[in-house]
Design a protein around this ligand. Structure first.
Ligand SMILES: O=C1O[C@H](COP(=O)(O)O)[C@@H](O)[C@H](O)[C@H]1O
Length: 239
């Protein structure tokens, strides 16, 4: 695991953009496409804007396929839909064709949406193992990642799949990759900054005994791939 700590979020964004560009270009050379899983929430907005403006010319975007590691069960035009955030900050700037974006269909019931998404992944990977080139993850203040929240069924899910999960504290369902599916990726990178994340990060990366139920981000450990944490000083202040 590599832990990158930057002074400012601007520097973090720049370095993470360079890391993504490198992995994207390597994947495009190796297999003529880049399978890229996006994270949701607020943290990635500046990164997505930078990738699609400042760094737009550094990747052949026609070879990039976008996926979502988790989705909120709101309709696609709702402000909380992760897909809408990515559209507004990334896809619109890049004019990404619809055929390259794998949105979670939240017009379906959560379990059906999860099943349909897994089916779409299986088809994209031609029935082979689902191994993404890069999965970008965020981490909530409660140490959840994707939508693997503390004390939910998803923490113990050992299938390499996409699942619906009821998150009691939010009184809502989410659709999410399971940890074993994430851990098949070639590269996994966390984007985590700000003092609000400091306590969670101190537990997730601390030396204490693992407690996956309380700190689900601890589940992320790629089997054959690389794990990188892109953070700032504020988020790592309690480490
Ligand atoms: O709900 C979610 O939260 C996490 C963390 O978001 P952040 O804005 O606190 O970084 C995010 O990774 C996930 O995709 C999202 O659905």
């Amino acid at each position: 695991m590599n832990l990158h700590i930057y002074d400012t979020t601007a520097e973090l964004t720049e370095k993470l953009a360079h890391y993504i560009i490198k992995i994207a270009n390597e994947a495009i050379v190796a297999k003529d496409r880049f399978d890229f899983v996006l994270t949701g929430g607020n943290s990635p907005k500046a990164l997505y804007q930078a990738l699609s403006t400042t760094y737009k010319d550094q990747i052949d975007w026609s070879k990039v396929y976008f996926f979502f590691g988790d989705e909120r069960t709101v309709l696609p035009n709702h402000k909380d839909y992760n897909g809408l955030m990515a559209k507004e900050n990334l896809f619109d700037n890049l004019q990404t064709p619809a055929s390259h974006i794998f949105y979670v269909d939240t017009t379906l019931a959560p379990a059906e949406a999860a099943q349909a998404y897994k089916k779409a992944l299986d088809e994209h990977f031609g029935g082979q193992e689902i191994v993404f080139d890069l999965i970008l993850l965020g981490m909530g203040d409660d140490a959840h990642t994707a939508s693997i929240f503390p004390h939910t069924d998803l923490v113990k899910n050992t299938a390499k799949t996409v699942a619906a999960v009821f998150v009691e504290k939010l009184d809502t369902y989410r659709v999410s990759f399971t940890a074993p599916l994430i851990n098949q990726a070639k590269n996994v990178a966390f984007l985590t900054f700000g003092e609000g994340k400091a306590n969670a990060l101190s537990h997730v990366l601390g030396k204490g005994e693992k407690n996956y139920d309380l700190y689900p981000s601890q589940l992320i450990a790629p089997v054959n791939g690389h794990l990188d944490w892109f953070t700032d000083k504020a988020a790592t202040s309690m480490l």
